[in-house]
Design a protein around this ligand. Sequence first.
Ligand code: ZN
Length: 375
Amino acid sequence: MSSSRPQLVFGLTYHGSTPEPVQGLDNVFGKHISAAKLKRHLDWLKRRFRILTIGEILDQARRGTLPRRTAFIAFHDGYRSNYEVAFPILKQAGLQADFFIPTAFIGSGQRFWVDILDAALKNTAKSRLDLGINENTMRLSFESKSGRLEAAHTLRRYLKGLSQKDFEPEFQHTIGELGWSDAAQVPRLGKHEACMNWQQVREMAHAGMKFGSHTHRHLICATQDEETVRDELRISKKLIEDEIRKPCAIFCYPNGSYPDSGNDFTDRLAREAGYDAVLYMVSPYNLLDQNAFRLTGIALGEWIEFRKFKMALSPLRFRRYRWQKRRLWPWDGGQSGADQAAVDLGRNREHLELRSRICQPGERMPGYSSLEDDS
Ligand SMILES: [Zn+2]
């Protein structure tokens, strides 16, 4: 086997996209990008990078023929706007992207809990809420729009930190406190919270778009037991392959942070389930060699200024980032031995610290913060 130097590959991650910009509780963290902004991103990228699908990148990395200045584009969560808004834009640009779908949501009308939470906060008649958490009280005020938005950030941070066992009762309790007897009674946020159906997935796959797994039920893998993770990996893979009649070879972690959402152990489970690679959402930078298995993309959306978007994709910035964070660098090619253990420990500590305090108003979640943190 010939050896080659690891190559820098940029990973970009989007969620939904909206015809016009959407703000506030309808688009917390600005995660849904407007059509105009997405077009601008793709135009800029096309002029500077070879845009390949993840499958093509892995192939070429294995053969040692990866071109310089390569990037991939991923969309998470299977929002229907992937079909209605992003797909036509990608087709027009002549680009292919990877779409990661939580299969239980496809064609089922199921909603993501974060969208239910945001809709509840937008529509609640309550003006304030004091939630008791252990010996502390979380005080939330809904008198202003910004108060409601802060509550959305705070409650996300809190609920995402719970174990699977504690999550469901705590979520139902929160929705109850906001004024609904059942999550199904909470009004819908809008058209952009709907997911695709299988017909739309097949049409996109037929047109060259790639589909990968984002678990079945959009579960945070690192907080599940082994059996559940194995099931999620297997069921979603099979459903996608049965529907599109093509291999589902890439797995993408919900929530996407490392090691809170996925880690070495869940990576191994993914490998055993037959995936060729796993995708996190930590930074835009991948250094890929022939053994590439773990990939990452940066979470982009309406929130990012164009100036920062361009900055994120600068090789110079990558060098600075790598130099500053070299002890916390889990992404280099082979990633073996003592270095990797040090990396895991370092990141673990960083994330545990983040989780150990309930977030301050206005703070961004890990995974949405890679650019803000170090600029
Ligand atoms: Zn997701």
